[in-house]
Design a protein around this ligand. Structure first.
Ligand SMILES: C[S@@+](CC[C@H](N)C(=O)[O-])C[C@H]1O[C@@H](n2cnc3c(N)ncnc32)[C@H](O)[C@@H]1O
Length: 305
């Protein structure tokens, strides 16, 4: 039996209010997860409206499917959101009126020890959002110390990346999250150890799932797919993702993308998006009190010209 998760997603009402510009429109939830945002989107749609829900994780889509069973205009696609264009074309859809990204992993994924996303519980060192591909164990057991250090520094923004990478290499092979966490604890002590652990696990997760590359590809595609007036709404939880989103939206909203030192414009670029909120939307104190995991959320909204 499929469990129905009755969680409330981050910035649900605000994100969906920004997204749905027409009840008869075609929308994409690029990160359907357990279907919380999708449910709210479906409630705003009229009989003509359609929603396409993407997720890499088949288990998440199974739960979302059960949750959204009462809506007939929803289509589930188990694939990476960087394949949005090809999947939508296959469904006969050339343009969309809005796309929502709620990036990262779901609570269900983080809280399941067997998925290996969390250092809080011991489990296999997996971290894949889908069933195939390289696991975190493959990555940490076969990468050079230098590339592990680069992953932890760049994707985790962790200042002790050098000593952590050395410790991981000295104590490998690692097949369990607990063993990887112990390798970090060998060289990071004191009150900040959990922050370092969170950063190391985040870095490996990003590398295993090629998260930043997929995001960049998908944002480019989403911008081309949007109808005039269509909305791009992105909720990010860490600065690496938020920076990518901010820069891509800024570029799309700019009439010139020449380097600042260029004396005259030669790029011929023309703005194709309008920034809706200069400052990202953030959860209220009340939402953070109810759901502490929402505290780092930043939501950016842009509209196709
Ligand atoms: C934060 S959760 C989304 C939660 C969702 N908004 C809800 O209301 O339940 C992020 C989801 O995106 C999925 N995901 C992450 N990267 C993805 C990608 N590149 N393509 C498709 N799905 C992805 C994860 O598997 C996860 O289920």
């Amino acid at each position: 039996m499929t469990t129905l998760y009755q969680h409330t997603p981050v910035l649900r009402d605000e994100a969906v209010r920004q997204l749905v510009v027409s009840p008869a429109g075609v929308y994409v939830d690029a990160t359907c997860g357990l279907g919380g945002h999708s449910e709210k989107i479906c409630e705003q749609l009229g009989p003509q409206g359609r929603l396409f829900c993407f997720d890499l994780d088949p288990r998440a889509l199974e739960i979302a499917n059960a949750r959204l069973i009462r809506f007939t205009n929803v289509h589930f696609i188990q694939n990476n959101f960087d394949k949005m264009k090809v999947e939508l074309h296959a469904a006969g859809v050339r343009h969309i009126d809005g796309v929502l990204y709620d990036l990262g992993v779901s609570s269900m994924e983080i809280d399941a020890p067997e998925r290996g996303f969390s250092f809080m519980q011991d489990g296999p060192l997996d971290m894949r959002m889908q069933h195939d591909g390289t696991t975190a164990a493959d990555l940490v057991n076969t990468s050079s110390r230098e590339s592990l250090e680069a992953i932890i520094r760049e994707y985790g923004e962790e200042r002790f990346s050098g000593r952590i990478a050395r410790s991981i290499v000295e104590t490998r092979p690692h097949t369990r999250t607990g063993s990887l966490a112990d390798a970090v604890r060998r060289v990071v002590h004191g009150p900040h150890v959990n922050k370092s652990l969170a950063r190391v696990f985040q870095a490996l997760r990003i590398a295993v799932n090629h998260e930043l590359e997929s995001l960049k590809t998908s944002l480019d595609t989403a911008i081309t797919l949007l109808n005039p007036g269509g909305r791009l709404v992105v909720i990010a939880y860490h600065s690496l993702e938020d920076r990518i989103v901010k820069h891509r939206i800024r570029e799309a909203a700019s009439d010139c993308i020449c380097p600042p030192e260029a004396p005259v414009c030669v790029c011929g670029h023309r703005a194709e998006m309008k920034i809706i909120n200069k400052k990202p939307l953030t959860p209220s104190d009340e939402e953070i009190a109810k759901n502490p995991r929402s505290r780092s959320a930043r939501c950016r909204v842009a509209e196709k010209l």
